[in-house]
Design a protein around this ligand. Sequence first.
Ligand SMILES: [Zn+2]
Length: 278
Amino acid sequence: MSQWRIGDVTITKIVEQEVSGGSRSLLPRGTPDWLAPHLLEGDACLRLSIHSFIVETPAKRIIVDTCLGNDKQHRPVGYWNHRQGRFLADLAAAGFPAQSIDTVVNTHLHIDHVGWNTVLRDGAWVPTFPQARYLISGSEFEYWRDNATREDSREMLADSVAPVVEAGLADLVQTDHRICDEVTLVPTPGHTPGHLSVRIVSCGQEALITGDFMHHPCQVAHPGFELTSDSDPPRGTRTRWEMFDRLADRAVLVLITHFAGATAGRIVRDGDFYRFET
Ligand SMILES: [Zn+2]
C-alpha cells in the first residue's frame, strides 16, 4: 500500500487496476522510444493505473476519484464491463470502509473516475458512500448533461452520477472550492471543461493530486503531447505549462492519477522544459 504524509494529512493510494489498458492511440505523439519498456507493452498498449487516493485530514476523510466500479455496462473498453473486482474490500482492509468516507471528489466525469460512486443493489444503482457529500464541478456536470452524445457517456451519467444527485448527496461546486483547512480544489481545464485537481497543504508541506490533466510521464517533458480524449487539446496543453511552471517553483509532491508504478514525484525544471523525478 502506498501512503504519503503531508503535515497532518495522510494520503493513501488504493489501486483498482494496473494493466496495459490504454491503446497507444490515446497518446499519438508518445513514440515508443519514450514509452518502452516500462510504460509500453508490446507496441500497442500504454501501461496505465486506475486508482483512488484517500485523503485523511484531522476533520475529513475524502476519496478522490472512484475508478471503474463493478457491474457497469456499455463501457468502451471490453474488460471495464461487468467487473467483479475487490476494490471496496481493499478499501475497507486499508482502514477505510465505505461508510466512513465523508467526502467524494470526482476530478471529472469520465468513466474511470466515477465508477464506485455507486453500487448495484437489488437491480438499482445506489450511492456507495451513503455518509458522503459528492463534490462535482458544476461546469463539468452541465457540460456532460448537455453534451453526452455517446452511449457510454449517457450510461455513465445514468448509473454513476444521477443516482447520487437523486439521493440528494451531490454538491455542484466551483473548481476552486475549499473543502477544509488543508484541502482545496484547483481548476485544471482542457482534458474536460470542468476538470479539477486537489491541493493539500499542511504544516508548510504541499501535495497536488493531478486528476487527468496529465496521463503519462512523457507529457512532463512534452507538455504539448495531447491526449485524443482531451475535450479541448490546446487548453489542456496550456494547463500543463501553467501547472508545471507553478509546481516546479515549489517542492510540491505531485500524485498522479494514471502513472503506473511511480505515482508520486516532483516536477523539476530541465532547461526550457520539465522532468518528473520520483
Ligand atoms: Zn482517467
